[in-house]
Design a protein around this ligand. Structure first.
Ligand code: FPP
Ligand code: MG
Length: 309
């Protein structure tokens, strides 16, 4: 297989990329696919609860990263849409569980009451479980125009990103670190590389895997994804201090209240922003060989530091 790098486009003059229009168009397509992904059948309560959180809006960043990465590697939106939806299902389930009283005990998410506040803790736990299992079923049964070996790689990669080697591992170190004032930068990086970074990286890599990307493409995309993953979390920590509850759609100022060690608590706000910008520049540089074809992923990297929620 040839590399996805097109050396002709790499040197061509870049037209201005309209990220706002791009996000609007891709968000609409993802919303429509998510809306159709789960029907309400008997026993209705569990499907309603799964849909309540899945369809509560959100930036849909993970699905869009997956679609953009698939397109960069030469694939189509149709090939990646089931995986894109699955990524949002997994992200949503992790937030439902993260908000539970046994974890962060939060009342608001995406501008509305958290799942357990509406449906009760028992149903919220099951809604998360249902979304997690369905995500994998959805990829396996809905992916079309992709060979089974690629789909298998995607499922394997995603499973690893979600389990103890990824999200779950990051979350447990986060929980263990709560209330401690001597959390090191290494531990903080471990938490975020796993809790947030692993699924963001999986979003980018799964899109590329579906398109049959080469190992060197995957390497570059992995560098890009790890850098934006960390930048995303640094900005999340900054926004927890600087943004309002209305902007965030969830309770603001929680890290300070919980006396959590965060990037701003170690570096201060300005240095945190500088570090995030540096990571975004490095992420974009990793995609330079793709020329204009990398414009969507590069613009998405900028969006991560410029966002207000
Ligand atoms: C939000 O972090 C939480 C996460 C990014 C993931 C949490 C992971 C779990 C609950 C494990 C889920 C289980 C599986 C099987 C995936 P945060 O609390 O720092 O941010 P917030 O302010 O948005 O709540
Ligand atoms: Mg939380």
């Amino acid at each position: 297989m040839t590399s996805s790098i097109d050396r002709n486009t790499a040197t061509a003059a870049s037209p201005v990329f309209d990220l706002k229009a791009y996000l609007k168009q891709y968000q609409q397509q993802v919303e429509a696919a998510l809306e159709q992904s789960i029907a309400v059948v008997y026993p209705e309560k569990i499907y309603e609860s799964m849909r309540y959180s899945l369809l509560a809006g959100g930036k849909r960043l993970r699905p869009i990263l997956c679609l953009a990465s698939c397109e960069l590697a030469g694939g189509s939106i149709a090939m990646a849409m089931p995986t894109a939806c699955a990524l949002e299902m997994i992200h949503t389930m992790s937030l439902i569980h993260d908000d539970l009283p046994a974890m962060d005990n939060d009342d608001y998410r995406r501008g509305q009451l958290t799942n357990h506040k509406v449906y009760g803790e028992d149903v919220a736990i099951l809604a998360g479980d249902g979304l997690l299992a369905y995500a994998f079923e959805f990829i396996a049964t809905q992916t079309q125009m992709v060979s089974p070996d690629r789909v298998l790689r995607v499922i394997g990669h995603l499973g690893r990103a979600v389990g103890a080697a990824g999200l779950v591992g990051g979350q447990i170190v986060d929980l263990e670190s709560e209330g401690k004032t001597d959390v090191s930068l290494d531990t903080l990086n471990f938490i975020h590389r796993h809790k947030t970074g692993a699924l963001l990286e999986a979003s980018v890599l799964c899109g590329a895997l579906l398109a049959g990307a080469t190992e060197s493409d995957l390497q570059r995309l992995s560098t890009y994804a790890q850098d934006i993953g960390l930048a995303f979390q640094i900005i999340d920590d900054v926004l927890d201090i600087t943004a309002t509850q209305e902007e965030l759609g969830k309770t603001a100022g929680k890290d300070l209240q919980a006396q959590k060690v965060t990037y701003p608590s170690i570096w201060g706000i300005e240095e945190s922003k500088r570090q995030a910008n540096q990571l975004v520049e490095a992420a974009k540089a990793a995609l330079d060989p793709y020329g204009d074809r990398a414009q969507p992923l590069k613009a998405l990297a900028d969006y991560i530091t410029a966002r207000r929620n």
